[in-house]
Design a binder for this molecule. Structure first.
Ligand SMILES: Cc1ncc(COP(=O)(O)O)c(C=O)c1O
Length: 372
């Protein structure tokens, strides 16, 4: 079945009790069981699973070509659910350009647990090979990366990591499975902030892990989630499942709008650099073209004139809202260095843009007036 068809139908069986096409939201925290705690209809307690969430997990696994999926209360809960299960003495690689929360978690919390973290440019395959020498447990990939839009060759990373006995996890939040399916390219686990393109409307927080195999890693992560309790609420699962239905259509428009904006900004004299993998001048363009079906709705720009020029532009925009997050219908812009905490990795002249679903000509007109 093709992706668009799966997106509409996966986890979408009509309700057996009523025939309802929109799935019921099961808010029950507890389910009737037998006298010796026998599960009569498959469920016992909401933290350990509920029918609305199971539909979402089935849809996510189908869309990412995985065997099983787990959902979490946020993307960060999914990331920490996985990384905090690493044994003391483990060695992991994380990318030098990645979501700030991962960088802070890896820098502040993992070393206390005896986990060694190497932060490298994962797009540099020789650097990765070197980092893996001597043993590796996990390589984290985020492609395209937040916020510099670096592109990592998932196939090459998987080959090297696996040869050294390590797993590969790919944060696929920016691309979504509509554009890139890392499990098909060799990754073992896909991670999502479903808050973003899956939700699609800036109104639901969530995270997910999708496993290539329903094996030991999945069982361990499921056990950990059920005990530590960062469970996705049923209403959030329902909203995210609804988002799956329109994901391919929305991604098409995010991509075409972002391409038009990237091409416009690339020619503008006030802009030093446009980071968008769809531009042939982007250093990761060829790899992106080989592993993505389109280049996504995210980009970042670096302005001539430093921080003051970046803030002036962000302040003048009318259709692009100054706000964090991404993947919603509305276009957002953000000065990343201002929100990245104590030691920002973004340069002061960088603005990150989440291109929404408005008409691209209206968005470009807004950029024109803000840059003049
Ligand atoms: C690429 C990426 N991964 C993970 C996260 C964390 O997700 P959440 O905010 O849902 O916890 C974010 C949030 O912006 C993100 O952009």
């Amino acid at each position: 079945m093709r992706f668009e068809t799966l997106a509409v139908h996966a986890g979408g069986e009509s309700d057996p009790a009523t025939g309802a096409l929109s799935p019921p939201i099961h808010l029950a925290t507890t389910f009737k069981h037998g006298p010796a705690a026998e599960r009569l209809d498959g469920y016992e307690y909401q933290r350990e699973g509920n029918p609305t969430n199971d539909r979402l997990c089935a849809a996510l696994a189908a869309l990412e070509h995985g065997q099983s999926a787990l959902t979490f209360a946020s993307g960060m809960a999914a990331i920490s659910g996985l990384l905090e299960s690493l044994n003391p003495g483990s060695h992991i690689v994380i990318p030098d350009d990645c979501y700030t929360g991962l960088r802070i978690l890896a820098g502040e919390f993992l070393p206390d647990r005896g986990v060694r973290v190497s932060t490298i440019d994962v797009t540099d395959i020789d650097a990765l090979r070197q980092a893996c020498n001597g043993g590796i447990d996990l390589v984290w990939v985020e492609t395209p990366s937040n916020p510099r839009m670096k592109i990592t060759d998932i196939r090459a990373v998987a080959e090297i990591s696996h040869a050294h006995g390590g797993r590969v996890v790919c944060d696929n939040t920016f691309a979504s499975p509509a554009l890139q399916r890392p499990l098909d390219l060799g990754a073992d686990i896909v991670m999502h902030s479903t808050t973003k393109y899956f939700g699609g409307h800036s109104d639901v927080l969530g995270g997910a892990l999708i496993f290539k195999e329903a094996g030991e890693w999945f069982e361990q992560a499921a056990h950990r989630l059920h005990i530590t309790g960062a469970t996705l609420a049923p209403f959030s699962a329902w909203l995210t499942l609804r988002g799956c239905r329109s994901l391919p259509a929305r991604m098409n428009m995010h991509c075409s709008n972002a391409r038009a904006i990237a091409e416009f900004l690339d020619k503008h004299s006030s802009i030093e650099r446009v980071n968008y993998p769809g531009l042939p001048s982007h250093p990761g363009h060829a790899v992106a073209a080989s592993q993505m079906s389109d280049f996504g709705g995210m980009l970042s720009i670096e302005l001539r004139g430093g921080k003051s020029a970046a803030l002036a532009m962000a302040g003048k925009l009318k259709l692009f809202t100054n706000a964090t997050s991404l993947g919603g219908c509305e276009s957002l812009i953000e000065h990343r260095a201002s929100v990245e905490g104590e030691n920002p990795t973004s340069t002061e002249n960088l603005l990150r843009i989440s291109v929404g679903l408005e008409h691209h000509e209206d968005l470009i007109a807004d950029l024109v007036q803000a840059l003049d």
